[in-house]
Design a protein around this ligand. Sequence first.
Ligand code: NAD
Ligand code: DAU
Length: 343
Amino acid sequence: MGLQPFRRILVTGGAGFIGSHFVRLALEHDLEVVVLDKLTYAGSLLNLEGVLDHPRLHFLQGDIADPAAVAEAIAGCQAVVNFAAETHVDRSLLEPAAFVQTNVWGTMVLLEHALRTGVQRFLHVSTDEVYGEVLTGAAREIDPLHPRNPYAASKAAAEHFVFSYWTSYRLPVLVTRGCNTYGPYQHPEKFIPLAITNLLSGQPIPLYGDGLHERDWLYVDDHCRAIWTVLLHGQPGQAYNIGASQHRPNIAVARAIVHLLGADPASIVHVSDRPGHDRRYAVEWSKLAALGWAPRTSCEEGLARTIAWYRSRPDWWTARRDEAFAAYYARNYRDRGTPVTQP
Ligand code: NAD
Ligand code: DAU
């Protein structure tokens, strides 16, 4: 991967799904890693099991929207990688304010401190959802942003602030726009882990609408390597799409999981659709490929690995699933007019 110019980096949201995998990757290099994480329902120190007591890892519990917490965490860092966010589209439809607070205001607080401390790189982890639905072809980095749900709108708003700090102050920012990511330690509110843990619990897979909505599925290790590549080799002021070229309609993903778990095909149950549900996401990622990155994990291989992990870790997912059911699934499905059964 070449030489790293950084001795100490701040990883916000490093106790979440992708962030925790990225922390492991960063620790393989000779770096001090500071993690700032609020430990919301989506974050957990368990996600950092095996590295939490690493001598080069420093964990701080705190909010990216809290200037004092950010000032403490960023001290001495040459780079920031901002994963911290509210990330679930269905929750954003129920409680959008939290998404503005963390994803927009929190990013602003980080930008201000990054500017004051003069970091060499500010990498903001964004999403392919900022383009809105892409019915044909694939979005390029120069395409306009058309976010269509509150989560995507908050991520697009954050991006505008990030780029404004490049234009206005020459803060060396980078933005990545990753596609749908999956793998171990993903919260069971998201489609793939929800489908796996539901089947493992004897529950059906709730498939929104006709199930023909299409996503591009990226294995988490590939996403982290892409962010690392952009951090080291990206051009400040630029956005980089991260795609996997593993497009699947949701029904195909559900059928693959049913097959791999040897479950009854009747366990896929159509439920009413997500409001404003984006039909398809797709990004063109040749700009990132030119930096030397390519995904390594096929959807079939990644799904098999992910299923094996969830099979072996009910201790990790059972409480999260129960908590999510109590806090949110019941409302989600009641609002959809579909039957609710306690897992
Ligand atoms: P996640 O929900 O698993 O983790 C988010 C983490 O951020 C948690 O540890 C949480 O505690 C922390 N956090 C939330 N609010 C915070 C705050 N105010 N201050 C500090 N920490 C806070 O998310 P994820 O799926 O790992 O996504 C990480 C990033 O990648 C997000 O910015 C998301 O928008 C982006 N992204 C995710 C995907 C995907 O498919 N999961 C794809 C593309 C981009
Ligand atoms: O595209 C990147 C984005 O991918 C990230 O920025 C988001 O943080 C991440 O949550 C994800 O958003 P999606 O809305 O695409 O992911 P989710 O796992 O919620 O849903 C994937 C697809 O599956 C989507 O078309 C909705 C559908 N779905 C989801 C759930 C939770 C179902 O059919 N049933 C479900 O129960």
